[in-house]
Design a protein around this ligand. Sequence first.
Ligand SMILES: *Cc1c(COP(=O)(O)O)cnc(C)c1O
Ligand SMILES: [Zn+2]
Length: 408
Amino acid sequence: MAVKVLRCRECGAEVPAGPVYVCERCFGPLEAVYDLDALRRLPLRERIAAGPRSIWRYVDLLPVDYDPAVDLSPGMTPLVAAPRLGEALGLRRLYLKNDSTNPTWSFKDRAVEIGTAAARRFGYRVLACASTGNLANSVAAHAARAGMRAVVFVPAGIEQGKIVQSAIYGPTVIEVEGGYDEVNRLCTEIGEEHHWAFLNVNMRPYYSEGGKTLAYEVAEQLGWRAPDDVVVPVASGNLMVKIHKGFGELAELGLIERTATRVHGAQAAGCAPVAEAFSNGGEVRPVRPNTIAHSLAIGTPADGRYAIAAARASGGRVAAVSDDEIVDAIGLLARTEGIFTETAGGVTVATLRALAAAGALDPDGVTVAYITGMGLKTANALAGMVAKPVRIRPSLRAFEAAVLTTTA
Ligand SMILES: *Cc1c(COP(=O)(O)O)cnc(C)c1O
Ligand SMILES: [Zn+2]
């Protein structure tokens, strides 16, 4: 049941669902519209339970039909109880949604798979994107899967791991001398000249809906209930907005009790336009990013305003943490729960820690932190921070001598 209508988030104008993304009247962003009355008549829980173990089990609530040609099976990632991290932070019922286990090891696969299905439906042959790394990885992989050409644009200076992980799938990788915000501006210009599907630009109304599945899955994995607090990393703000929307839709559809999940946003202090606007109560002002959390380094967040609205409407907060706190939190998560996340996950865990310390989270409620990307992608950020291996000659005596001095 692919959506037939897109609606402007600002003025409410509606247009037929096509490869369009801004309102002709007011330039506001367009969003997919669902027929909730028709959906309410479906046995949704049964349909979901009978679906595949991927985001496609929620196809009734997604803007495109299932397309096997693009299917890398993202989603249904583990929701794990985190008692040891919870104890360290004073949270008794902490869970981690480990989205680093997706096909290209970040949450972006959810959005890209839906955006790629939309691109095929609209007859595009080329997938493209402006990316801080993870999006490029996912677009390149999905193009390979679908037999499409891919051209991905990244800022100069992102992690080598993310370059390699894009290039291996065979796209054209363009490294632009500038930051993400310049890359994005260039891509908007290219999009006006070339008939390409830019996932985060002209496919955005479809692509962006992928984030909702991170609310759906958590609710389903908790036995169809919503958490009390969630902590979400914020770059453009899209994921935070869509997680908030996702829980709201489940309540409207009667799949969960009407809930009051507080949706909290997490940013790096070196790029915190949303957190700053949240605390000073003003507009989101552009910043020049300077942080190790490259995947969150968007200085002009397209959905920043809506992310703040989601926090305020739900009783959540948006907070920022330093690069040192990010590195520290990556280690804490790894040591307490055995999960190795990238810098964006460090932002989430460090913010979780700060919010817990500030009393912003219910210590007895269910808290879910979204771990959105995998640690090897940004291993360079930890250079010099992890213990060196104990080097020995291959003899029992050398081993025992070394162990006696290191385990004391
Ligand atoms: C893109 C990204 C996010 C969040 O992105 P939004 O633009 O705010 O939706 C979070 N974590 C990782 C690892 C990402 O790559
Ligand atoms: Zn409008």
